[in-house]
Design a protein around this ligand. Structure first.
Ligand SMILES: *Cc1c(COP(=O)(O)O)cnc(C)c1O
Length: 221
């Protein structure tokens, strides 16, 4: 535990501030098993990791406790890491191309939940399908036998002033609503994962029902 239970306090403060319908993913890259244990003790139910190996290592260290929460892959997934990722994660939030979707589809035999990652700012430095190609990718992934598209995820462009990110969150919500209205077979979209430490309040304001928070819970990296 951090010396004064700061992680637990931070988590609870954010939990109390957000509506019940908003899921908090504790974004735990570079955090130790002890730090993650503290946030789980404070009530966190979803842990996000960016690297397959790091996820595996902390899960092992946490032992039984790791089984009490859901583990989401929130980092870019290389196709040669899919096998390992499937062994250590319950859900992949970063499906952004058919190659990854196919790789997951052929390795699972039950319906595996994924989110499609959208590069809503169309930034060359970020991963994700371009917004105007998102519908096609979502349709193709939804058609795969063993995949279920449960959500959309984005990493919005970074601004010191989170208000500047608002138009991007709004565009994501429009895309999400549009896909939900379309009644695409195999699509069971009910999660919009967007907003991080600097921006989660604006994201929730614009319709996020999942936020991924690292620094505001665990402190600076
Ligand atoms: C690190 C990370 C976060 C959390 O970022 P903070 O600014 O520390 O809250 C959220 N999503 C992804 C994909 C990340 O890599």
């Amino acid at each position: 535990m951090s010396r004064t239970g700061e992680i637990a306090q931070s988590y609870r403060r954010i939990r109390n501030e957000l509506p019940d319908g908003v899921t908090i993913v504790a974004a735990a890259k570079t955090r130790s098993a002890d730090e993650i244990r503290e946030v789980i003790d404070a009530g966190a139910s979803v842990i996000g990791e960016n690297y397959v190996q790091e996820g595996r290592d902390v899960r092992r260290e946490l032992g039984e406790m790791a089984r009490t929460v859901r583990w989401d892959m929130i980092g870019h997934l290389q196709s040669n890491k899919i096998n390992d990722a499937l062994r250590h994660f319950d859900l992949v939030q970063t499906v952004d191309r058919m190659k990854v979707a196919r790789g997951i589809n052929k390795r699972v035999n039950e319906e595996f939940p994924v989110y499609v990652q959208v590069n809503i700012g169309e930034e060359s430095t970020k991963y994700g399908v371009m917004p105007d190609e998102a519908e096609e990718l979502v349709q193709e992934v939804a058609r795969m036998d063993n995949l279920c598209v449960k959500g959309l995820m984005t990493m919005e462009p970074y601004f010191d002033d989170p208000e500047k990110a608002r138009p991007y969150f709004r565009r994501m919500k429009e895309l999400y609503d549009c896909l939900r209205d379309r009644n695409i077979p195999g699509l069971d979209l009910d999660v919009l994962s967007m907003g991080m430490t600097n921006s989660f309040r604006v994201a929730v304001d614009e319709g996020a029902n999942m936020v991924r928070i690292g620094t505001a819970i665990f402190g600076p990296r």
